[in-house]
Design a protein around this ligand. Sequence first.
Ligand code: HEM
Ligand code: HEM
Length: 183
Amino acid sequence: MIDFLALIQSKTAIAARAREIVSGEDNLPIFASGGALAQIRIRDYRFAQTVMSVQRKNALMPQVSQLFFKSATILFLLGIIMGLQMGLSGDHTAFPAHAHLNLLGWVSSAIFGTYYALNPAKAAGRLPMLQFIVYTVGIVVMIPPLYFLSLGNAAMEPLVGIGSMIVFAGVLLFTAVVFSRQA
Ligand code: HEM
Ligand code: HEM
């Protein structure tokens, strides 16, 4: 059984050793002794591979951070396109949809993603993923009707309200994550 914590803690030394083993540059006495040689090599090689895959995994952001940055980027693009459309047309009536698309969609999502990246322990389990889904669905439900509401379609108001409540639920879930005990 590999002690992952110890692996991570002594990562520099292990990485150097792993590189030696993988590149075949190892010349420790243990490898110089006949029969058991091949077996030890294979075991050591697998060990080195495990070390490197643990290191690669640790270098990545948690999945929920990656998802938040993906949704944030898409919503950012849409928010900017809406801003450019307003600027170019000279008609700014849709500005509340633009403002909230950028602020809820880009800014807040990126803050959530950053929080999880800085606190990977809090990104574990189902709650963060549920928070991502609820929050993002909320934005998708809220913003399009807000756009039409801003343009004067009053019938859209209940939908905007429902979307806002879903966003609110997403923020409540985030509050629960932040205040939960560190795993
Ligand atoms: C190229 C990018 C952008 C363009 C062309 C753009 C354009 C505009 C325009 C034309 C307005 C209406 C201004 C008015 O009539 O009062 C506006 C409002 C607004 N934009 Fe943007 N925007 C851009 C990016 C952003 C971003 C990235 C954010 C937030 C992170 C943002 C937040 C806002 C807010 C909060 C308002 C409402 C301001 C108010 O209350 O008057 N915008 N934007
Ligand atoms: C579900 C969440 C939210 C709801 C229901 C909400 C609701 C509102 C409402 C009713 C207004 C007044 C609109 C008007 O009279 O034209 C407003 C304006 C504004 N809100 Fe929010 N808001 C939310 C989240 C946020 C967040 C997270 C931010 C910033 C990070 C923000 C920034 C602003 C700004 C800058 C304005 C003035 C620009 C505008 O009128 O669009 N809001 N919001």
